[in-house]
Design a protein around this ligand. Structure first.
Ligand code: SF4
Length: 287
């Protein structure tokens, strides 16, 4: 069997911790066309992987000795390299993989810029052993310029309504602002207004990664090792501070910590020690 569409985080294979895997459903393409994107063919129509091949990859994943089943096991992250819910066909593949690992009890992350399909929510809710296993991330990087920055994605208001859709199925949602673009500071007041009307269960603000940035402190990116970042600069910190006006919503800087917080387990990789600047001390990790 092959695991062509599953990318293991280095730590999954090398460390005794359960780690995280990234499952993709395309060989290239996305269609959302986000201006900051680094995946192959991000403006182009998705080229989906063959479904039989994909099934074999997921079978191989759950049989691999590095994969640890259960709520304390490997976190499965759906589709860092494309939009998971772009078409019914991409959705079919995403749901096949997600349901397989949800039934084992593993934590699963979805990240989308589309309106969440009702059938995806219903099937995931049915397959999950408990709601905290899942995080539905809905992402955005701008309010006023979405039509230019994320031209192929759903309108902002449709994305924000995903939080209600998740709540209707008893599952947690997270607003994913990644990468944080400094231009978002100009949209902060409008964003706060929108979040007061459409509150998510948590917010994760992530840093911008660029190719081969030099002369600054770098952070290794788990999916594309060639990418680095300057980390949390003053504008990032100002944005997060203003965002607290959106109410009593927990704010994270690492997606893996959102799962960890929901499941009350330590994240792997160990964010609090490997990337301490991303730790928001939501629980007593490492103590
Ligand atoms: S305490 Fe820190 S490392 Fe642990 S889950 Fe919370 S933010 Fe992440």
């Amino acid at each position: 069997m092959t695991i062509d569409n599953v990318r293991f985080l280095e730590e999954v294979r090398l460390a005794p911790e359960p780690g995280r895997v990234f499952v993709n459903v395309t060989s290239r393409g996305c269609g959302s066309g986000c201006s900051y994107c680094y995946v192959d063919g991000f403006r182009e129509v998705q080229e989906l992987v063959d479904f039989d091949q994909f099934r074999a990859s997921i079978d191989a994943l759950v049989s691999d000795e590095s994969f640890q089943p259960g709520p304390d096991g490997t976190v499965v992250s759906m589709c860092p390299d494309t939009e998971p819910f772009k078409t019914p066909e991409s959705t079919d593949r995403v749901l096949f993989a997600a349901k397989r690992v949800l039934r084992l009890g593993n934590p699963v992350q979805f990240s989308t810029k589309e309106r969440l399909p009702e059938r995806a929510l219903a099937e995931v809710a049915d397959a999950a052993r408990r709601p905290e296993q899942v995080v539905w991330f809905t992402s955005m990087t701008t309010v006023s310029a979405a039509h230019q920055v994320e031209p192929g994605a759903a309108p902002i208001i449709e994305r924000l309504r995903n939080f209600e859709r998740c709540r209707a199925h008893g599952m947690p949602s997270c607003l994913y602002i990644k990468p944080f673009l400094p231009s978002m500071l100009r949209d902060t007041d409008r964003l706060i207004e929108l979040l007061l009307a459409h509150p998510p269960d948590s917010i994760c603000v992530g840093i911008l990664y660029k190719a081969n940035e030099r002369g600054t402190r770098s952070h290794r990116h788990p999916v594309h090792p060639g990418l680095t970042s300057r980390g949390l600069d003053d504008r990032f910190i100002e944005f997060v501070s203003r965002l607290r006006q959106a109410g009593d919503i927990k704010i994270f800087h690492s997606a893996i910590c959102v799962n960890a917080w929901q499941l009350d387990r330590e994240p792997s990789p160990p964010i609090w020690s490997s990337y301490p600047e991303l730790c928001v001390s939501c629980r007593g990790c490492g103590q």
